[in-house]
Design a protein around this ligand. Sequence first.
Ligand code: HEM
Length: 181
Amino acid sequence: MKIKNTSQHFGILTKLFHWLIAISIIALIWLGWYMVDLTYYDKWYNRSLDWHKSLGMLVLGAALLKIGWQLYSPIPNTLSNLKKWERLSANIVHMSLLTMMILLPVTGYLISTSNGQPVNVFNWFDIPALISKNKELRDLAIELHYYMSYATAILILGHVGAALKHQVFNKDGTLLRMLWR
Ligand code: HEM
């Protein structure tokens, strides 16, 4: 298996980024929805938020590296059996997912740092706040973060559904080529 992408195959680095970020984002959405229902007295109240923020910051780093890598080593063309509208929708969904990999953590960062405090990542290091206390920005970031989490969940459902449909019904190897082919 090659490290770089070719016009037909995903390279190992793109696959690693894809699955690391995919699992993390699905976990983050689940954790985000779970933790907002907890009360202050729940023992997971602080811990779940700390994990959510820390993992979110690591996803931001991974997404920036992934996009950088993709600019250097472009991903393969979509499979040739796709109809024109399938190709177009696959590209739109992939672009939207890439955008959400950045915007979700950035709005999360803005919520966390809008009180002027840094974000601590798993007690390993701090990411400093770039803004001072700002109530309007905090409210906007909360709203965007909330709606974008739902939008991302819908995009993921469509994306996974299409990958499985192509693999199982069309038998065109879509899923396999993101795994080991
Ligand atoms: C269990 C969940 C997932 C499955 C089964 C899956 C499957 C796949 C497959 C098979 C492809 C290759 C499509 C092609 O051949 O053109 C792909 C590409 C892609 N997937 Fe996923 N995916 C999953 C989750 C996610 C998540 C959560 C994200 C982002 C939040 C994501 C973002 C992308 C992107 C951006 C691409 C385009 C290629 C790239 O930039 O690496 N996927 N996915």
